[in-house]
Every structure is written in C-alpha cells, then in structure tokens.
Ligand binder design. Sequence first.
Ligand SMILES: [Zn+2]
Length: 93
Amino acid sequence: MAIKSIENLKTNDVGNSNVVVCPACGKATEMKLFAFTDASMVAHLLKKKQEGIAVCPKCAAVFRVNPNYMEQKQLGTVCTLEAHDLSPLDKRA
Ligand SMILES: [Zn+2]
C-alpha cells in the first residue's frame, strides 16, 4: 500500500499540516507531511529533490505538496496548507 512504500523511503517527517479538507475523502484533517532529502524513488518520480508529500490520515490518500509550501515550511515560515496545494500522486511506487 501507499503508506508502506513511503515508510521504506528516506524521508523526513516534517510533522502535521494545519487542518485542511482532504481532496480525496472530503474530511477536514491534519495532513501528515514528509520531505524527501535524497534521491528516493518518489523524488525521482517527481523529478526533483526536496519535494514534499502529504498523507491523509483518514483515507491514506497520498498527495504531492506544492513545493512553495514545503520550502516555506522548512524555512520555518508560518504558512497555511490549502487544498489547492495538494495534487494527487497517482504513480505510486
Ligand atoms: Zn482523505
């Protein structure tokens, strides 16, 4: 499953997002955020390092996170994750 493959990759757990409505299940929840710090399979898939993904704890949907949001988050900037910052990651490892 999607979650298991994520755990097998080298990621940084960057904590939870603010409450956002999951585009997949429509529930308001805090997304679990991960940042890729090296050339993992998914980072390769996304053709970029330092990409972020978000996992919905309600339905386990996986999303690519807007790189601008991830950048701000990692810089410690207070930023709000919006539903439009999440794009479905349909090519799963
Ligand atoms: Zn969901």
